[in-house]
Design a protein around this ligand. Structure first.
Ligand SMILES: [Zn+2]
Length: 378
């Protein structure tokens, strides 16, 4: 029989409903697999105060290569910065030094991992040099379960198909769904399904895109994930969710570039109906890629718009958007049978009046004390 050890901790979140166990005893085997969780340890067992066991974090949308372009063009607007192919960002990306870029991105990934993110979906813009960077990163960062989405710089079905077929891609990322015809996109989505890959698109990020009905095309084409939805009303976001399209929100990016918050109250309904959704941090060039800070922002900026009784529920829905629900989107292939869990130390969690609100507001203060695996053998 393998040897196990027991630890008494302050709290454990044990399921997708964020049910809490207070002062549980957890049992971990030699391979760091969680083998037991129950009420109270025997006297004399190791105790870690101000601690909580919860899923590893997940960031559903980031542009990692942007780490080489920090604060580029602070005097420009969103379109001047990122519209393909003439945006300032793409002109800079063409001339990045491969070695320097690889090292910058790797450093960011290390920090992302240290902060407790194990699941991540990132766009990778560009051509051959991007694939070289990606190859180096994937080889040296095995601890992050990353879904790499290639985004070609030329907008035609051939370049997207090529990107989808590439051995280093887990899918494609599109600047806007309007870059291709609906029938071309449908074929790409079918190919992605057949390959076990994904199609992510930015959707209704600006009022101009909404006016061009990108939302209706998404309903027809059914990409795997639609990101931003800044201008969509609640009902339309829910409609996407019910069509099994993962919906991802990046509120800090939206307020930074557009002074607009997406309809975040919809998170509660997405959570209640167990639809696929997540939070993301978008462009590293302008928004630091820390999902715990995104969660805090999402809570702080929208809390007052909600009736008091809904606030705790809103906090839970945000927490699911950076864990369970987000992980569902990113790791389709794993589903829920293997989940990385983190034991975090967070000052105040033991005596707070509300564990969920403390988590959503103060996760960035916490440190990851232990990493373990939960394996569902059912
Ligand atoms: Zn983006």
């Amino acid at each position: 029989m393998s040897k196990t050890r027991q630890i008494e901790i302050s709290y454990a979140i044990i399921d997708r409903n964020f049910s809490l166990i207070k002062s549980p005893c957890i049992e971990i085997d030699e391979n760091n697999v969680l083998v037991g969780i129950g009420k109270g340890c025997k006297p004399g067992v190791e105790k870690i105060g101000n601690s909580i066991l919860m899923p590893a974090l997940c960031n559903a949308h980031v542009h990692l290569l942007d780490a080489t372009l920090i604060e580029l063009g602070e005097d420009r607007n969103l379109e001047e910065l990122v519209s393909l192919p003439s945006g300032l960002k793409y002109r800079y990306l063409e001339s990045i030094d491969l070695k320097i870029a690889t090292s910058i991105v790797r450093d960011y990934l290390r920090k992302i991992y240290q902060k407790g993110v194990t699941y991540l979906a990132s766009y990778f813009e560009g051509g051959r040099s991007t694939v070289n960077i990606l190859e180096n990163i994937v080889k040296t960062s095995p601890e992050i379960d990353m879904r790499s989405l290639l985004q070609p710089l030329t907008k035609n079905p051939e370049s997207y198909t090529h990107a989808l077929l590439h051995s280093f891609s887990d899918g494609i990322g599109m600047d806007t769904i309007l870059d291709l015809e609906a029938n071309e996109l449908k074929k790409l989505v079918e190919l992605a399904h057949a390959l076990g890959k994904q199609v992510h698109v930015h959707l209704s990020e600006t009022i101009q895109l909404l006016r061009r009905s990108d939302y209706e095309i998404a309903l027809e084409v059914k990409p795997t994930v639609a990101v931003h939805l800044t201008w969509l009303p609640r009902e339309k976001i829910l409609e996407l969710g019910k069509e099994n399209i993962g919906v991802v929100f990046c509120p800090r990016s939206n307020i930074y570039h557009l002074s607009k918050i997406p309809e975040l109250s919809v998170l509660i309904e997405l959570y209640n109906e167990d639809l696929k959704y997540g939070l993301g941090t978008d462009n590293v060039a302008w928004i630091p890629p820390w999902i715990d800070e995104e969660a805090q922002f999402a809570y702080v900026i929208y809390r007052e718009k909600l009736e008091g009784r809904l606030r705790e529920h809103y906090a839970k829905s945000i927490l699911s958007g950076i864990s369970y629900s987000c992980i569902d989107i990113i790791t389709e292939r794993l589903r829920k049978s293997r989940l990385v869990l983190h034991l975090r130390r967070l000052h105040g969690i033991e005596y707070t009046n509300n564990v969920y609100i403390t988590l959503v507001k103060r996760l960035s203060e916490s440190i990851v004390e232990e990493k373990m695996l939960y394996v569902d053998n059912r």
